[in-house]
Write a protein that binds this ligand. Structure first.
Ligand code: ATP
Ligand code: MG
Length: 318
């Protein structure tokens, strides 16, 4: 069991609204509505807790709607390192139609000012030392610049922590400059920061090699139902998920990230690390929500995951 810190700078209250069919510009009646405390770092923390680790969680929370976040941290026994800021934590609204179409509306989140930024740094100076790894995941709230994020990752590394990082766009680009230990972009996010699509294996390998050359140890490229390509110095492994019926893809990337961190910290063989991580992500997809709620199913998925090295054809791909 490891001691793990996750940072969610821009958490969200996920609000899922189910309805027959969405009609814009009209009054719609929902058949169900659920909300729960979320945000990528908090999601990763929950999966890692399911895997038996000890978790601390930090970032920024709006003072006006703390209750679901406080309840989650209490229920899961997380050490609460969040800085409270004026305003409301954003809501990410998912409008789910019976046909399966999902429309997302993501709120902006509270503004983080200089005092709150300093308060987080002070809190982390106290809290972070002694953790084995820090997972920094998700987008940036208003008031946090990409330069500030880069400096934050460098500061965490200087405390001796391994940094696992998952973000997108300009935040991902800035975070990569800080040379984290592990990154988990999906193909779209990796392509966006490189300014060129990376759908093919050869393109991914070239991109990953460049990042590894800069000192990043693990580049985990996720590609939805096609699984995962994991690049590290001198090695590539591919995880091919079992076929699952999709209930909701919410938390798939976060589950994969948690599974990779778990296997690497436990010092498991690379193949087993990727096998379990791919199975945990498949399980997330096969259920509403995510987390390890059915251990027998996870064990079955693990046996069904295929782990392979790139084929000669992929290796030769231009
Ligand atoms: N349909 C699927 N069947 C099985 N496994 C899946 C499926 N979709 C995703 N996964 C698993 O989940 C992992 C992460 O999914 P994806 O690449 O979509 O991440 P992401 O885009 O970062 O997602 P997120 O929205 O959670 O950030 C994949 O690498 C794969 O292992
Ligand atoms: Mg993702």
């Amino acid at each position: 069991m490891a001691k793990i810190l996750t940072l969610t700078l821009n958490p969200a209250l996920d609000v899922t609204v189910s309805l027959e069919a969405l009609r814009t510009g009209a009054v719609n009646r929902a058949s169900a509505q659920h909300s729960h405390a979320a945000g990528k770092g908090l999601n990763v923390a929950q999966v890692l807790a399911d895997l038996g680790h000890e978790l601390s969680v930090s970032g920024f929370l709006g003072l006006d709607n703390l209750a679901p976040f406080d309840a989650l941290m209490q229920r899961r026994g997380f050490v609460d390192g969040f800085i409270r800021v004026p305003g409301e934590t954003r809501s990410n609204i998912k409008l789910v139609e019976h046909g399966g179409q999902v429309t997302d509306i993501n709120g902006p989140g509270p503004e983080v000012d200089e005092a709150a930024r300093q308060a987080l740094l002070d809190r982390l100076d106290q809290l972070a030392p002694g953790h084995d790894v820090v997972v920094v995941a998700g987008s940036l709230p208003r008031g946090i610049s990409t330069q500030w994020l880069e400096a934050l990752l460098i500061r965490l590394k200087a405390m001796g922590l391994k940094v696992a990082f998952d973000s997108s766009g300009a935040a991902l680009e800035a975070g990569l400059r800080a040379v984290p230990w592990l990154v988990k972009p999906n193909t779209e996010e990796l392509g966006e920061v490189l300014g060129t699509p990376v759908h093919g294996f050869a393109e991914q390998r070239e991109a990953a090699q460049r990042l590894i050359g800069q000192g990043i140890e693990h580049v985990v490229v996720s590609q939805g139902e096609q699984g995962v390509n994991w690049f590290s110095r001198g090695a590539v492994l591919q995880g091919l998920p079992p076929q699952v019926t999709i209930a909701s893809t919410v938390g798939a990337g976060d589950s994969l990230l948690a599974g990779m961190v778990h296997g690497l910290l436990a010092g498991e063989a690379a193949e087993q690390t990727l096998r379990r991580a791919t199975a945990i992500a498949a399980q997330a997809v096969s259920q509403i929500g995510f987390g390890i709620n059915d251990r027998a199913q996870l064990a079955r998925f693990e046996t069904e995951v295929r782990i392979q090295t790139p084929s000669a054809e992929q290796e030769g791909e231009q």
